[in-house]
Design a protein around this ligand. Structure first.
Ligand SMILES: *Cc1c(COP(=O)(O)O)cnc(C)c1O
Length: 382
């Protein structure tokens, strides 16, 4: 089955008791059993819920994977992956990671004796130097936030196979429509479902997809034991959102290109970070592992100051000033004062996040209106 067909049909079957075409919201905490331990696969709702099960099958199918597991947030899903490890184990990951992942790794798991190496993974050679017998996981996020760096997923997976460690890919920015890490050899795909999969800025949820049954069982054990499960209403909302994932992403990509090209030609704009430009440092890898280049991009102003960025952010009317991404509406944010404010300025600049850097999540509105909004806001900035 092709992607759009799976987005609409995978995991969803008419409800056996009524024929309802949409999976109902099974709002229940427990299930009546015929006799002790004799049930229809449902005992208690932390363990399983039919609405959640339908969504798990749907997301697994979109990632060309066998097993899906849904969590109450993207961080809940990431948390479960790190709980596969034990004290003394080492993780290699990139230095421009999602801030919440960085916080969890350093502030929560480091104190349990798990060691994290944060390096520039856009050059895979940097990882090779760190691999040792304790290396158990490579955690990859591509495209990265907010600089849209691209990491070669297949090269990471080949390394994992050779040295016998797991490779997990945070596929949130690409969504399964643009990139399928399991096909490239990854062991685990993670999503903040909150973003493109949900797609309407109304749900917080996470997911993992794997092919290996033993790994699925281990992750399910953690999910059920630790309890970060999503509710049935949220599962329903995402089941509904997923049905238009391919349609939305087509427009996100189209609009993303229009906005990237517009900004690149604007006299007040400095650099535009978008993997679709042929001179993006890893454009060839992006072309190889992604179907298209998505609706996420960042740019700087030639007059590079926090104040100038704030003037622009306060001047936009259609773009909403907000964190998060991947919804139908266009969002704008300023990493230096919002998502990355906790990083000292010197370190932030060293990592390429300049004062005026602005990130856009380009929505699915008519692009002419988006360009007009950026034009009038840029007129007001220096
Ligand atoms: C939002 C996000 C997360 C965290 O997901 P939540 O659903 O907010 O917990 C992880 N990785 C990336 C790339 C994200 O954008």
């Amino acid at each position: 089955m092709k992607f759009g067909t799976k987005a609409i049909h995978a995991g969803v079957e008419p409800d056996p008791s009524t024929g309802a075409i949409m999976t109902p919201i099974f709002q229940t905490s427990t299930y009546v059993q015929e006799s002790p331990a004799k049930n229809k696969g449902y005992g208690y709702a932390r363990g399983a819920n039919p609405t959640r099960n339908a969504l798990q099958k749907s997301i697994a199918a979109l990632e060309n994977g066998k097993f899906g597991l849904c969590f109450s947030s993207g961080m809940g899903a990431t948390d479960a992956v790190i709980k596969l490890l034990k004290p003394g184990d080492e993780v290699i990951t990139s230095n421009d990671l999602y801030g919440g992942s960085y916080r969890m790794f350093t502030k929560i798991f480091q104190k349990y004796g798990i060691k994290f190496h944060f390096i520039d993974l856009t050059n895979i050679e940097n990882a090779k130097a760190l691999i040792n017998a304790n290396t158990k996981l490579l955690w990859v996020e591509t495209p990265s936030n907010p600089l849209m760096s691209i990491i070669d997923i297949k090269a990471c997976c080949d390394l994992g196979k050779k040295h016998n460690f797991l490779v997990a890919v945070d596929n949130t920015f690409a969504s399964p429509y643009l990139q399928n890490p399991l096909d490239l050899g990854a062991d685990i795909v993670m999503h903040s479902v909150t973003k493109y999969l949900g797609g309407h800025s109304d749900v917080v949820m996470g997911a993992l997809v794997v092919n290996d049954e033993k790994l699925r069982d281990e992750l399910y054990f953690i999910l059920n034991s630790c309890g970060a499960v999503p509710g049935p209403q949220d599962s329903f909302l995402v089941l509904r959102g997923v049905k238009t994932l391919h349609l939305r992403l087509e427009r996100h990509c189209f609009n993303g290109r229009k906005v990237a090209e517009y900004l690149r030609n604007h006299p007040k704009v400095g650099k535009v970070y978008w993997p679709g430009f042929p001179d993006h440092p890893n454009h060839e890898i992006a072309k190889k592992q992604m179907r298209d280049f998505g609706g996420m991009l960042s740019f700087t102003l030639k007059n590079d100051s926090v104040e100038n960025a704030i003037t622009l952010m306060e001047s936009v009317e259609l773009f909403s000033l907000a964190e998060s991404l991947g919804g139908v509406e266009s969002l704008i944010n300023h990493p230096a004062s919002m998502t990355h404010a906790s990083i000292p300025r010197e370190e932030r600049i060293k990592n390429g996040l300049s004062d005026s850097l602005i990130r856009l999540s380009v929505g699915v509105e008519d692009y002419e209106d988006l360009l007009a909004d950026l034009a009038q806001a840029l007129d007001k900035s220096k």
